[in-house]
Design a protein around this ligand. Structure first.
Ligand code: SF4
Length: 213
């Protein structure tokens, strides 16, 4: 497929996806950038539904970076245990909060470099926070759904998230980068599932090279 053909497909996706998923948005529940940062750390290898259940008592117990830095490790482990990998997640959240206190007066920074320098925070988590809490389009969040759809729709030939993101940012306008991930994640969860995608009911079928699943 030529670059022009991929660009044309990307443009068509930009026309269709907002119509198919007008309410696509971040499905993690949060009310502050700090809460979104913590929820996103907890969402690794875990469903948003489970994270949303876990953060209710967690955010009632911890409201500030100081609260998250000072909560004892065993208490935090109990609170986040249902999300899996709870020892590491609790350790990362406490270390991340301590770094916010030490370097950012307890506030969540607004740049990719500063966010990605926090313990337990990678490029993906940083992009989630920038795009959703601050409305800053620094990149495209490439999770398992975005990666799978990008490959099936012929937007990339790579499987490495960083290389996929590099392809996506060339194909889509910057002001759509954050929302693009939401549209693709909605489609990946509801239609283009990893196993048994619903190709026969898919509104992208006519432009999808992988439509014969
Ligand atoms: S046609 Fe099938 S593989 Fe292609 S986007 Fe739709 S569900 Fe996914």
């Amino acid at each position: 497929m030529t670059r022009a053909e991929r660009a044309e497909r990307a443009a068509e996706l930009l026309r269709r996806l907002p119509e198919i998923y007008p309410d696509a948005r971040c499905e993690l529940e949060y009310s502050t950038p700090l809460e979104l940062l913590v929820a996103t750390i907890l969402s690794a290898q875990c469903t948003d539904v489970r994270v949303n259940a876990v953060v209710k008592p967690l955010f009632a117990r911890c409201r500030s970076a100081r609260d998250f830095a000072e909560i004892p490790q065993p208490e935090l482990e109990v609170l986040v245990r249902p999300t899996g990998f709870f020892r590491n997640k609790a350790k990362n959240i406490r270390a991340m909060a301590a770094a916010l206190l030490a370097n950012h007066v307890g506030e969540v920074p607004r740049t990719l470099d500063e966010l990605a320098a926090l313990p337990g925070v990678g490029r993906k988590t940083a992009n989630v926070v920038l795009g959703n809490a601050f409305g800053i389009n620094e990149g495209v969040v490439v999770d398992t759904h975005v990666a799978r759809l990008s490959q099936r729709l012929g937007l990339t030939k790579f499987s490495d998230p960083v290389r996929i993101e590099r392809d996506l940012v060339k194909l889509f306008p910057r002001d759509k980068w954050s929302q693009l991930a939401h549209w693709m994640i909605f489609h990946g969860r509801r239609r283009c599932r990893a196993r048994k995608p619903d190709c026969s009911g898919c509104a992208l079928r006519d432009i999808c090279p992988a439509q014969n699943f």
